[in-house]
Write a protein that binds this ligand. Sequence first.
Ligand SMILES: [Zn+2]
Length: 479
Amino acid sequence: MTTYEAIIGMEVHIELQTESKMFCSCSADAFSAAPNTNVCPVCLGLPGALPVINERAVAFTIMTGQALGCEIHAHNVFARKNYFYPDLPKGYQISQYELPLCTAGKLEISANGNRKTVGITRVHLEEDTGKLTHVEGGSLVDLNRAGVPLMEIVSEPDIRTAEEAYAYVTQLRQIVRYLGVSSGDMEKGAMRCEVNLSLKPVDSDVWGTKVEVKNLNSFRAVRNAIAYEIERQTRVLESGGQVEQVTMGWDENRGRTVVQRTKEDAHDYRYFPEPDLPPLELDPAWIAELESSLPELPAAKTERYISEWGLAAQDAAALAENRARAEYFESVVAAGTKKVSPRAVANWMVGEVFRLLNESGIEVDAIKFTPADFVRLIELVETDAINRLAAKDVLADMWQSGEKPDAIVEKRGLKQISDAGALDAIISQVIAENGDAVAQFKAGKEKILGFLVGQVMRHSRGKANPKMAEKLLREKLTE
Ligand SMILES: [Zn+2]
């Protein structure tokens, strides 16, 4: 039986987070305003209205291209893409065709533990369409979104599996969020994916018929639609049939792809250079300036955390995932220079702070205590002034009150008992009360010691130094 492999290319549309639209001064916030309020003659496509290019949208597209290692073209041209649809007021979309802003880049992805490079064919700039809502008896159109800057990223057909596609889109989103060029919010339609997929026998170079799956609005949909199509096309080929060239959509509820258009009514967009806009000639110095303003990207951060600070790969990746969190982490490391290690900061961040962030639904900019206070808390643990358990309480208190860790330790009497004399009485009491456990330990059941340490912790109301308690217990029980 023939084994097939999938050849997958992706087209990802990303709405840019600019103040105004692509070619007019209307607000580009298409989500929160009442329908059809952010509109003007330009984005409504009224006769005689002329477009003006949004400089920031161009900058954002170039930055994305640079982050993806693309070649940036100082000379580029906007083109008219002609088609009729009720959400497109002008009857054409201004896009880029033959001469896009960025070409020939790459994105390194990591899927199922394997790394691979996905080629980026092009990154170009265009305008979004309006939004149709289908209701009983007809359809409603909202043109607030018409003219919102839209960046399209087209990949080479280098992706082979649903997991790789998933990794590709998640990493793209991470990059646009890092750059601050888009919210990347799929639920709000700020990022939309299309997949081109065909199968070929593993031992052949002949690709099968290409099927397009459009409007994938979640990462899960990307993964599920690809897995479904690979299975469906394999079934067709194995039963001796032929895959038809179609455009499909993804039916989330039924978990299957559905045909939207067949080859016969494929579009001819009749592209030609946009006559209302001159070719865009960019100053190479400006392009260089944009490049030097790029932040350190997540892959580079992860690498640096591992090589310079000795973090575990998983922690490094978790810390680098979100730019604000990564920068916060780095500010704590900087505040802790010569006091606490980056590894210790990383442990507290990934463990406790991430949990508190997730539970409270706030982000790092709303944390009430300073990086220096965070460092002080870690110092208190590392110098055995308080134990880990108490430190978690102190952190939770700092989180709520913003108070200094030393003040909280004092107020709540959490100072660790590391004094052998003070622990001695508690340990004698625990030994007296737990004859059974003591006998088991003496009979060689090493594990029971943990239980006895727990009892010491309980009697000291969590304040005993557990390492010291264990040491003293062992001494007493073996003397
Ligand atoms: Zn407008």
